[in-house]
Design a protein around this ligand. Structure first.
Ligand code: ZN
Length: 148
């Protein structure tokens, strides 16, 4: 099923979102407090706390793009990440974290390159990829890492 999970930026509840219903033009809101969710396609923008909530409660692998607004490669990678999220909906959950807005989590995780991709599974880090990947390699890397 084409769904994903998205943490509410207000009450912090992790929402299951049916992406097929979004395709009808419905704006996604938190089922608990009705705050709009930070979903762009199938990618949630998260902060440090949202990331922790999502990683600890998602039943599927969570791929996080640690990016920065000043980083050119991050901006060119964004549409690739968005496309991968659409292609792998129902298989993995996609989120992006702005390391300039949340420098403490980026520091704690030792993020050095921009962008850096981190795959979480079962609440902890499973694999890490410093630097952007083309779409096909990204999909292959994620599937291989999640199955390992
Ligand atoms: Zn909420």
């Amino acid at each position: 099923m084409a769904d994903t999970y998205s943490p509410c930026p207000s009450c912090r509840a992790v929402n299951r979102v049916d992406l097929e219903r979004l395709a009808d033009g419905k704006a996604p809101v938190c089922s608990r407090c009705k705050t709009p969710l930070t979903l762009d396609g199938a990618v949630s923008a998260v902060d440090g706390e949202g990331l922790q909530r999502l990683v600890s409660s998602s039943p599927r692998p969570v791929l996080v793009d640690f990016w920065a607004p000043w980083c050119g490669p991050c901006r060119s990678f964004a549409p690739v990440f968005r496309e991968a999220a659409a292609r792998l909906a129902g298989e993995a959950v996609f989120a992006k974290l702005d390391t300039e807005q949340s420098p403490e989590i980026a520091g704690r995780m030792g993020i050095q390159a921009s962008p850096t991709l981190v795959l979480f599974q079962g609440g902890s880090e499973r694999a890490r990829q410093p630097g952007a990947l083309p779409l096909d390699r990204l999909v292959a890397w994620l599937r291989q890492s999640a199955a390992a």
